[in-house]
Design a binder for this molecule. Structure first.
Ligand code: NAD
Length: 469
């Protein structure tokens, strides 16, 4: 006869979310996933899954987003492998008990904080980095000892299919499942009582996820997006700024949650910087980026039309070519952009860089602070005090001085938004914390028992209590 676990997993094919959850929960309760050796073994298997199939993953990314293999390797494959290696190296330290002080009134005794897994967690990925945003959160979920369901984005179908095919071949099938699909499948999953949900995507669906989670008081990590500003000061090294901004904005054809959404600088800086950005774009993608194997495509026609619609919101400084059939939009810089236009009201999430020219830092800071708190803030300046001042006055999920996006490469930095750009964070130990509960434990000994807290109360006890509190 089938065990409840196997029969529950068999039902995954027909996608019965409740049965899937029952199977995973029963396995979680067996205690297997809490074992350190199991966690290590599963992380090793995940590493093997990526190494054995690297070529297939890079092909899938190319098919879904026209991602150049080197870019796919750098931003997805190597990123996840780096997360796994770091987790394997740090795991022993992460899972250890943290000692805490025990007050006099609780002596003799010991206090400590014990991390424990949360249980069964749901990870909902987005399409723009379909591998990294799905497996990246899985790493800390495993490290923390959880069972997990992965829901890849349907907008990157080749990568979604490949993960769904490979995951059961490498990972413990009783602990992990990959559910492909779109709104219907995600909605069915969201009906279940998860112990944590990590969602990556836009704020609209983020609200749906949070509302569903609230029915079960499930904690959520929301990795959202928004308009990340890039401030370029007059004293910045313009050649370096141009190259790094061109890279950060146009990698993956601008479909990066932490891409600089728009530039903020003075008119004089724009006059110096923009020719250098145009030169960098030619150096990276040639005179005809459409012909470049290294330049991406927009994920689908709907998004291509949406982004192309923004072109009318400013003057095209360079780029501006669109091929709807090919989901192609050239790397484009826009000047003289109206602040009330759609390109400055919505997250662009595509290869258009509007330049907003303002006279001074005060107005630039005001500009940032009048809008939703961004996921990332970029400041290019030769003056450390300028950077510190802007950092102190403008809130953002992450920030980078004199570069774009590179904070992602530091395992010890948390990655997450603030306000409208998200809540919670992951990466490295921060991810381990996200998928763990830190349980407070006090262990008392029986040899001595201060009687001050017990009735009958008395003046003597009261006096000592005041002294010892
Ligand atoms: P998406 O369309 O792929 O949606 C994300 C996930 O939500 C998918 O798995 C999808 O199936 C699911 N979903 C869609 N509609 C749903 C519904 N009605 N109910 C339940 N689930 C639903 O991704 P997207 O939203 O287009 O992603 C782009 C956004 O994500 C941008 O705003 C970007 O900034 C943000 N983003 C953030 C990060 C980050 O790490 N902070 C990373 C990438 C993208």
């Amino acid at each position: 006869m089938d065990s409840p676990v196997t029969s529950a997993l068999r039902a995954v094919d027909a996608f019965d979310a409740a049965a899937l959850m029952a199977g995973l929960r029963s396995y979680y309760r067996s205690g297997t996933t809490a074992e350190l050796s199991w966690r290590r073994q599963q992380l090793g298997q995940l590493r093997r899954m990526i190494a054995d199939n690297e070529r297939r993953f890079l092909q899938a990314l190319q098919q879904d987003l026209h991602k150049a293999p080197q870019e796919g390797f750098m931003t997805e494959v190597a990123a996840v492998c780096g997360d796994i290696d770091h987790a394997l190296k740090q795991l022993k330290k992460w899972v250890r008990r943290r000692r805490a002080a025990t007050p006099l009134v609780a002596q003799p005794g010991r206090s400590y904080i014990q991390p424990e897994p949360l249980g069964v967690v749901l990870i909902i990925g987005a399409w723009n980095y379909p591998l990294q945003l799905l497996l990246g959160p899985l790493v800390p979920a495993i490290a923390a000892g959880n069972c997990a369901v992965l829901k890849p984005s349907e907008l990157a179908p080749t990568t979604s299919r490949l993960v769904a095919e490979l995951l059961p071949a490498y990972l413990d099938r009783d602990a992990f499942a990959c559910v492909e699909g779109a709104v219907a499948e995600t909605s069915a999953l969201l009906e279940q009582r998860w112990d944590h949900i990590l969602y990556t995507g836009g704020g609209h669906v983020g609200r749906i996820v949070m509302a569903a989670a609230s029915r079960h008081l499930t904690p959520v990590t929301l990795e959202l997006g928004g308009k990340s500003p890039c401030i370029v000061a007059d004293d910045a090294d313009m050649a370096v700024a141009a190259r790094r901004i061109a890279w950060g904005k146009f990698i993956n054809a601008g479909q990066t949650c932490i891409a600089p959404d728009y530039l903020l600088c003075t008119r004089a800086t724009a006059d110096r910087l923009l020719p250098l950005i145009a030169r960098e774009l030619r150096a990276m993608f040639g005179d005809e980026p459409r012909e470049s194997a290294d330049y991406g495509r927009i994920v689908n026609r709907r998004h291509t039309e949406r982004i192309a619609g923004y072109l009318a919101d400013g003057e095209v400084y360079c780029g501006g070519t669109v091929d709807l059939e090919q989901c192609y939009i050239a790397p484009t810089v826009l000047r003289n952009v109206g602040l009330e236009t759609a390109v400055m009201q919505e997250e662009i999430f595509g290869p258009l860089l509007p330049v907003i020219e303002l006279d001074d830092f005060h107005r630039m800071e005001q500009f940032v602070n009048e809008r939703d708190k961004p996921l990332a803030l970029y400041i290019f300046t030769g003056n450390a005090a300028t950077a510190d001042r802007i950092l102190a006055r403008c809130s953002s999920g992450n920030a980078c001085i004199n570069d774009c996006m590179m904070f992602m490469s530091a395992h010890e930095l948390p990655f997450g938004g603030v306000g409208a750009s998200g809540m919670g964070a992951y990466h490295g130990e921060h991810g381990f914390r996200t998928f763990s509960h830190f349980k407070a434990v006090m262990k008392r000994r029986n040899i001595f028992d201060l009687d001050l807290r017990y009735a009958p109360y008395s003046a003597r006890k009261f006096k000592w209590l005041r002294l010892l509190r």
